[in-house]
Design a protein around this ligand. Structure first.
Ligand code: PXG
Length: 285
């Protein structure tokens, strides 16, 4: 049976799920998206993801042609049509088909796409042994050029940094902001542990407001850990006791080496391991 994909209220077989080559999502990366996960049939923090999608759309003057409640129902219907319980959910809203010019007023009908598919997990070995990452020379988008808070279809900034990481043999790469401070990785937020406290860059460092980031901050505070959202430099990373990344795909994943420097003793730290356990408990409860 073919995978069923939702486009504007209709479910199509994957082979027939198509949109126009004149769509401004394709021509200009003009649109927004979300990457979400379902665990045991329940979509994790769906409301938070939908709010972020609607806020991203608002920021680019794109009106999503359905309500939040309709989107929520459409997601569950698409999951059911594919008989998926543990799944990856990709929402895409494009500006729609237009002319071969930038003018968004010449586009018609934004396209709402919901893809639900099997989730491709990182190997368990990454969680046991931790990742080695490098700092990319490509900085994160300047917030005054394109706010990193917008999860837009224009992901070239992150892809450029990802290429640098891959060329160095790493699956993730650290991105700095225009001030040279730590921002985030190409598809994950970053955390440090120092002296028992959990540190992470603030939103105004020019990062995506990660849903997993927020969940992990809550888990850490519930554990009576002090969490501080503060400006961090590469030096802070190099001298940290622990480092980990958070994201929908990765969940919580340890980092044991940055720019060839071992973090702490070069093994996933105790607080990181505890947060991995707590996050798994939260999502698989
Ligand atoms: N920063 C950036 C730039 C992202 O794209 C995150 C942080 C983490 O945010 P969430 O809300 O997921 O905790 C992201 C999200 C993938 C994939 O397949 C990547 C993301 C989301 C889903 C899938 O690599 N990135």
């Amino acid at each position: 049976m073919s995978l069923r994909i939702f486009i504007n209220g209709t479910l199509y077989d994957k082979e027939n799920a198509k949109i126009s080559v004149y769509d401004h999502g394709l021509l200009y990366g003009d649109g927004v998206f979300e990457g979400i996960r379902a665990y045991g049939g329940k979509v994790f923090r769906l409301h938070e993801h939908l709010i972020r999608l609607w806020n991203s759309a608002k920021a680019i003057c794109l009106s999503i042609p359905m309500s939040l409640a309709e989107m929520e129902k459409a997601i569950y219907d698409t999951l059911a049509a594919n008989d998926l319980k543990d799944a990856y959910v990709r929402l895409v809203v494009t500006r729609g088909a237009g002319s071969l010019g930038l003018d968004p007023n010449r586009t018609s009908d934004p396209q709402v796409i919901i893809i639900t598919d099997k989730i491709v997990m990182y190997p368990e070995e990454y969680y046991q042994n931790g990742l080695s990452i490098v700092t990319a020379s490509t900085i994160r988008n300047h917030p005054a050029a394109l706010s990193p808070r917008i999860k837009s279809l224009n992901y070239l900034n992150n892809i450029m940094a990802k290429i640098e990481g891959l060329q160095a043999g790493c699956v993730e790469a650290l991105m700095l902001n225009h001030k040279g401070e730590i921002a985030e990785c190409t598809g994950d937020n970053i955390f440090l542990v120092r002296g028992g406290d959990v540190l992470t860059p603030p939103i105004d460092a020019g990062i995506l407001e990660g849903v997993t980031r927020e969940a992990v901050i809550e888990l850490a505070r519930t554990d009576n850990l002090i969490v501080r959202e503060i400006a961090l430099t590469r030096h802070d990373v190099y001298i940290a006791d622990e480092c980990f990344l958070t994201g929908t795909a990765a969940e919580v994943i340890p980092v044991v080496k940055v720019d060839n420097r071992p973090i702490g003793d070069g093994k996933p730290g105790a607080i990181t391991r505890e947060l991995i356990r707590k996050f798994r408990e939260l999502t698989r409860a």
